[in-house]
Ligand binder design. Structure first.
Ligand code: PBG
Length: 358
């Protein structure tokens, strides 16, 4: 009888394998079939597992997306995203200070503006003193060492929740691009370090690049949401910025079909030709193949956005005791590194940074 260790035989009444048929199990030993190659050797102890670990998650990999609201001393929980809050600028400053102290390199801001300020064209993006720009100026002044990434898109400002100017049921590409580029210049003027256009309009990268350059912002970088897929995983975000009830229809005429990867390559190539400095894949975990594809094809700084739905799924399962939330958080982020991502936008950023500190 095989005992696995080659030591004393297990008493028959305790042998879980007492029905294992020795003959039918084959005549070759494990060493014969593996040629004595045993991958478990390097997994046998913590020190050897550490020694051969291929990928590492560090605080340098983290970008923290935050939600902003008007007001003072506001720290409003977002029901669909347990642990995430909409913050007024004063509160955001304190939180960003903490993030900077933890070593988080950059934040990405998303405004939830009052419904009365939204209109069909999202014209609030053209206000130099809108919530995004006020937050950038205030955070930059208080925490100059952290990078600020702003979302150049119309959806927080439109009364219909779409990312474009909507006319007769159609999202008008070129007019949207013109407006987003003008908004991006205002974001740069407020102190944004990286402009991140998230609307997937054609030509947005090139038009934003030349608008930035024409206005003296050669040093402001662009992180394109190069491959943004039409996805159910954005659900909780729309609650966070108050577009959930507004959005009519879907975003299929501008985001990429979840079934397509060749198209994702073409979109990214186009953004690179138009002058993007970095590319991003969004959502994250269900699209790791795209992260790998882009990294291998273009070797640009490549980022992934672990979006609201991905965050909420982990939090919800953890709250129910179905998974170990902290382990799932760390494992999901490490998976992005394995897939070739240089960094991850994640709502877990402060929690991860705390954990990495030990
Ligand atoms: C829209 C935008 C979205 C997110 C970031 N910018 C959602 C959408 O396109 O509807 C999603 C972020 C998340 O789900 O965490 N410009």
């Amino acid at each position: 009888m095989r005992t696995g260790t080659g030591e004393t035989a297990v008493p028959a009444e305790l042998d879980m394998n007492r029905f294992a048929p020795t003959k039918a199990a084959g005549t070759r030993t494990v060493d014969e079939v593996t040629g004595s190659r045993r991958l478990r050797r390097m997994r046998k102890a913590a020190w050897s597992r550490r020694l051969v670990q291929e990928n590492h998650l560090t605080v340098d990999d983290l970008i923290w997306p935050i939600f902003l609201v008007d007001g003072e001393n506001v720290r409003e929980p977002i029901a669909a995203m347990p642990g995430v809050f909409r913050m007024s600028i004063d509160v955001a400053i304190r939180e960003v200070e903490r993030a900077a102290k933890l070593g988080i390199p950059a934040i990405a801001t998303f405004p939830n503006v009052d419904l009365s300020l939204r209109d069909v064209t999202g014209s609030l993006i053209l206000d130099p003193d809108n919530l995004t720009n006020r937050a950038t100026r205030a955070i930059k002044a208080a925490v100059p060492e952290i990078g600020i990434i702003t979302d150049a898109a119309l959806d927080p400002f439109t009364s219909h929740g779409h990312d474009g100017v909507l006319r007769d049921g159609i999202i008008v590409n070129d007019e949207t691009v013109e407006q987003v580029a003008a908004g991006a210049v205002l974001q740069a003027a407020a102190g944004a370090d990286i402009i991140a256009p998230s609307d997937m309009m054609d030509g947005r990268i090139g038009v934003i690049r030349s608008a930035l350059d024409d206005n003296g912002f050669q040093d402001v970088a662009i992180m394109s949401y190069a491959t943004k897929f039409d996805s159910a995983f954005y659900g909780p975000y729309r609650d966070a910025i108050g577009t959930a009830g507004l959005l009519k229809g879907d975003k299929k005429t501008y985001y990429i079909n979840a079934a397509n990867s060749a198209e994702a390559l073409r979109e990214t190539e186009q953004d690179i030709l138009e002058g993007t400095d970095m590319v991003m894949v969004k959502p994250g975990l269900p699209y790791l193949d795209i992260v790998r594809l882009l990294k291998d094809a273009f070797a640009l700084p490549t980022f992934a956005y672990q979006v609201s739905g991905e965050y909420s799924m982990i939090q919800a399962a953890a709250a129910n005791g179905w998974i170990d939330g902290e382990r799932a958080m760390m494992e999901s982020l490490l998976a992005f590194k394995r897939a070739g991502a240089d960094g991850i936008l994640t709502y877990f950023a402060p929690a991860v940074a705390e954990k990495l500190k030990g």
